[in-house]
Design a protein around this ligand. Sequence first.
Ligand SMILES: Nc1nc2c(ncn2[C@@H]2O[C@H](COP(=O)(O)OP(=O)(O)OP(=O)(O)O)[C@@H](O)[C@H]2O)c(=O)[nH]1
Length: 165
Amino acid sequence: MKTIEVDGIKVRIQIWDTAGQERYQTITKQYYRRAQGIFLVYDISSERSYQHIVKWASDVDEYAPDGVQKILIGNKADEEHKRQVPKEQGLQLAKEYGMDFYETSACSNLNIKESFTRLTELVLQAHRKELDELRGLPRAPTLARLEEDEQQPLGSEDTPKTCWC
Ligand SMILES: Nc1nc2c(ncn2[C@@H]2O[C@H](COP(=O)(O)OP(=O)(O)OP(=O)(O)O)[C@@H](O)[C@H]2O)c(=O)[nH]1
């Protein structure tokens, strides 16, 4: 669990690190179902791990909810001397998938906060409606509500509204 602040809102996020090994796949797939945001992570010093992203992405498509937010991560950016995956290759794949992309290092703390903040931002944006309601902002008018308002007698607009629910 971690609390981070995004756009002035304190958000408590629950982070799950799923096991990468094949033998745990039946269990890990079950965690996708309730995920709101997913990092697809490869190791920049391993072309093989990069190749595996295609499989992770297809598992996510199959098992995660439709509106799940995804970000591609090339980790171990501190291991420049062992690099097998050029940054452009990561960027290209992220572009194909329509995802944001970060190179990170858990060792040197590169882009860790940035990537978590960005994924949280994307999740919040995807839940903008619920968020506005939490903040007490009026919802965008729907056609049904506009019609309802039109039927109100003149002057009734002044009636104070404390809640849109
Ligand atoms: N140099 C470097 N090593 C890292 C970095 N992140 C993780 N490691 C090392 O990589 C190894 C694997 O890290 P894990 O966190 O177990 O990786 P994982 O993908 O969760 O592994 P699975 O649980 O098998 O899926 C460990 O030895 C870590 O110390 C990084 O940013 N830089």
